[in-house]
Design a protein around this ligand. Structure first.
Ligand SMILES: [Zn+2]
Length: 167
């Protein structure tokens, strides 16, 4: 129920944003997610709700999942690189769920707020600003699951450029 309500409301927000500012809506939602993720990791860290340092990422993701945003889990991690893969199967990530619920088939990944939250978690926990999160697969655009990758900004930018369809 929680997931449905959030999904419905969120879909309207995204839809309105896209109508007024176009593709920049994705970036705006991503940046909003980063702020939300950082604030959460900071306050949860201060009250001892999560482990200190990047180990706290698992706790943050678990709390995010329990709040009804989807069933997210870390499926692979190289903490030194860093390269952290987060997947979401069922329940579906709430942003993809909202798209599917509205019978809207997306051309690419849509979970921009969520990937922002993950980047924000990691930036705060690792005390690094040069961290970015990409969604590499999304259920809203036909994949089996949503899959995210956290990594160093320049490496992720290169990856994002490479993923763009060639003209
Ligand atoms: Zn997705």
């Amino acid at each position: 129920m929680c997931l449905f309500e959030i999904g419905g409301a969120f879909y309207s927000i995204r839809d309105s944003l896209e109508k007024s500012i176009g593709p920049a809506a994705s970036t705006l939602l991503y940046l909003a997610g980063i702020q939300g993720g950082k604030r959460f990791a900071n306050s949860a860290g201060r009250i001892g709700m999560i482990k200190v340092g990047t180990e706290g990422l698992t706790d943050c993701i678990e709390i995010f999942s329990q709040a009804g945003f989807g069933n997210f889990f870390i499926s692979d991690a190289d903490w030194r690189e860093p390269r952290v893969i987060i997947e979401c199967d069922t329940p579906t990530a709430f942003e993809a769920f909202a798209f599917k619920e509205n019978k809207h088939s997306a051309k690419g990944p849509v979970c921009d707020y969520t990937r922002g939250v993950f980047a924000g978690f990691y930036q705060e926990l690792a005390r690094r600003e040069d961290i970015m999160c990409l969604e590499v697969e999304c259920r809203a655009s036909g994949s089996r699951h949503c899959m995210f990758e956290i990594g160093q900004h320049d490496r992720m930018m290169t990856k994002a450029m490479g993923a763009r369809p060639k003209k």
